[in-house]
Design a protein around this ligand. Structure first.
Ligand SMILES: [Zn+2]
Length: 228
């Protein structure tokens, strides 16, 4: 299955597909994906967030998109974001069915499973950019700042600790210090981007060759805006 999928992707890169230009709201097909570069994929997400934040998200024909993408998916980007109910990538970037892969986990961290998912998304399915999307007022980050221990959450919080430890402050080192919490969230995005490069030779090589971009971003739950 994987081998055939990889062969399929290779056929794409040989230029067998005639690229078809992208337009906002257009269903992502193999031909449309072929026209998208890592840079243009990022621009598409940026423009989508501008629409969302100004309450100008476009109206999509979901039924048409479902019917078209049912034949195959050719997304333009992958987003790693928190499970937070306000940090919903498809809405934040004004994207539709079949447009983006999303991996969601509290605190937008990566582990082997998420890295494997991102490798599939980029190497096999042709996604052009990976966005690690942190957000303001993140409960997981606050939990890490307060050294919360609870069931399975304890192990997840431990993965956020390097960001807490790397963050300097003259104030309190807990969730009461909002500035500290935000600095930790920013640091966590940077460390997660770095971890993707360090732990995935496949994605690192794709980035080095200019086949994908790996970027961090911060979503403000109070304004709807993403800062890049
Ligand atoms: Zn969160």
């Amino acid at each position: 299955m994987l081998a055939s999928a990889l062969t399929y992707a290779a056929a794409d890169q040989s230029g067998a597909i005639k690229p078809e230009s992208y337009a906002v709201g257009k269903t992502m097909t193999k031909a449309v994906q072929a026209s998208i570069t890592p840079g243009s994929a990022l621009d598409i997400l940026k423009a989508g967030n501008v629409r969302f934040a100004s309450n100008k998200s476009i109206k999509r024909d979901n039924k048409k998109n479902v019917m078209k993408t049912g034949l195959g998916q050719y997304p333009l980007a992958s987003v790693v974001s928190c499970i937070d109910s306000r940090a919903t990538p498809e809405l934040i970037f004004d994207q539709g069915i079949g447009d983006i892969f999303t991996a969601r986990v509290a605190g937008n961290i990566v582990n082997e499973d998420i890295l494997g998912s991102l490798e599939y998304a980029a190497k096999v399915a042709g996604s052009r950019v990976i966005v690690v999307l942190g957000h303001t007022h993140c409960g997981a980050i606050k939990g890490a700042c307060d050294d919360v221990k609870m069931g399975n959450l304890t192990n997840l919080i431990a993965k956020l600790k390097p960001a807490v430890e790397a963050t300097k402050t003259d104030g309190e080192r807990n969730s009461k210090n909002h500035e500290f919490v935000q600095k930790v969230a920013d640091e966590n995005v940077e460390l997660t981007v770095q971890k993707i490069r360090d732990m995935s030779p496949i994605l690192k090589e794709m980035e080095d060759k200019g086949q994908i971009k790996i970027v961090g971003a911060m979503y403000d739950v109070g304004t709807g805006k993403v800062t890049w």
